[in-house]
Design a protein around this ligand. Structure first.
Ligand SMILES: C[S@@+](CC[C@H](N)C(=O)[O-])C[C@H]1O[C@@H](n2cnc3c(N)ncnc32)[C@H](O)[C@@H]1O
Length: 295
């Protein structure tokens, strides 16, 4: 038990039947382990410190035992050192996506140096807004926009992104973004759903049962949403601007084709440490190309 729990009055219990007896930590560990939690000790530590009352701890343990993602139980996820709110029914940001953000931050800083103005960054398919919040935290000067089709994600992202001064919109891909952003985006990050439809059923139950299908299912080969993004992105990117997406290793060559077909210069980058594959596409900046006949 944490000292904060001890100091709370018992009448704060929300249960009509009265307060529960405090669950001893070894009992929490044993319950979690029996339910198949691999990191039962660590999870118990987190639940014990997150719960404000013995009743709340009992509810949290129960939720975890029946398979809710830990992040939905405690209400937040750690992402690039930030504590990001994650509401029930919202995609839980994955650790591997930190690689995508790291590359976006590098490119965003370079863009700011080149243009001598704040980086214009968009977090498309933003979910909780973790990617946008992390970009805003690491880019010194940024104008941030985020969008998602799911109302629950948009509500959650507003909580995470509001503190950074960013704006969050609801709608299909680029539709809800302000028209004034066309041709101005330096960094466009789109962590689209990319699981092939017939592989969604193979995901761990935590994802399959507690994250919305629209956050996971990328169509027959997993690249439907990515293709739609690459088809429209060139009209929204600034000259020299970048589109960054995450894929699986297997999908990367087909993702590159989609980028190239739409006039973006594409390259694949990987992180063995985070088991991440990303594709970065750049809108050519014709102003920087030598004119024909220039030696
Ligand atoms: C894989 S999740 C990524 C969420 C977040 N960017 C992250 O990395 O944690 C994909 C997100 O795309 C959103 N999405 C799916 N289709 C969309 C569409 N057509 N327009 C906008 N958002 C969409 C889902 O609601 C979900 O939040």
């Amino acid at each position: 038990m944490s000292s904060s729990q001890k100091s709370l009055p018992e009448q704060s219990s929300p249960l009509a039947l009265g307060p529960c007896a405090p669950l001893p930590r070894p009992t929490v560990v044993a319950r979690l382990r029996a339910a198949g939690c691999v990191f039962a000790e660590d999870e118990a530590e987190l639940l014990v410190s997150a719960a404000r009352t013995p009743d709340e701890l009992a509810v949290m343990v129960e939720q975890r035992v029946i398979g809710l993602p830990l992040e939905h139980v405690v209400g937040w996820a750690e992402f690039r050192g930030l504590r990001v709110a994650v509401d029930p029914g919202v995609f839980v940001p994955r650790r591997r996506t930190e690689f995508l953000v790291g590359r976006a931050v590098d490119l965003g800083r370079r863009a700011a140096k080149r243009t001598r103005r704040p980086t214009v960054a968009v977090d498309l398919c933003c979910g909780s807004g973790a990617v946008g919040a992390a970009l805003a935290a690491d880019l010194e000067r940024v104008e941030l926009y985020a969008a998602d089709i799911e109302p629950a994600a948009v509500r959650c992202a507003r909580r995470n992104v509001a503190a950074t001064g960013g704006a969050v919109y609801q709608g299909d891909l680029f539709d809800p973004l302000p028209a004034a952003l066309r041709g101005r985006i330096d960094i466009l990050v789109a962590n689209v759903p990319y699981v092939p439809s017939d592989e969604v059923g193979l995901l761990p139950p935590e994802a399959r049962d507690h994250e919305p299908l629209v956050a996971l299912d990328g169509g027959a080969d997993g690249l439907d949403v990515l293709r739609r993004v690459t088809a429209t992105a060139p009209r929204w990117l600034a000259p020299g601007g970048h589109l960054l997406v995450e894929t699986s290793e297997r999908q990367a060559p087909r993702a590159v084709e989609a980028f190239t077909r739409n006039g973006l210069l594409a390259r694949v980058e990987t992180s063995d440490e985070l088991y991440a594959t990303i594709v970065i596409g750049t809108r050519p900046d014709r102003r920087q190309e030598p004119s024909p006949g220039t030696p």
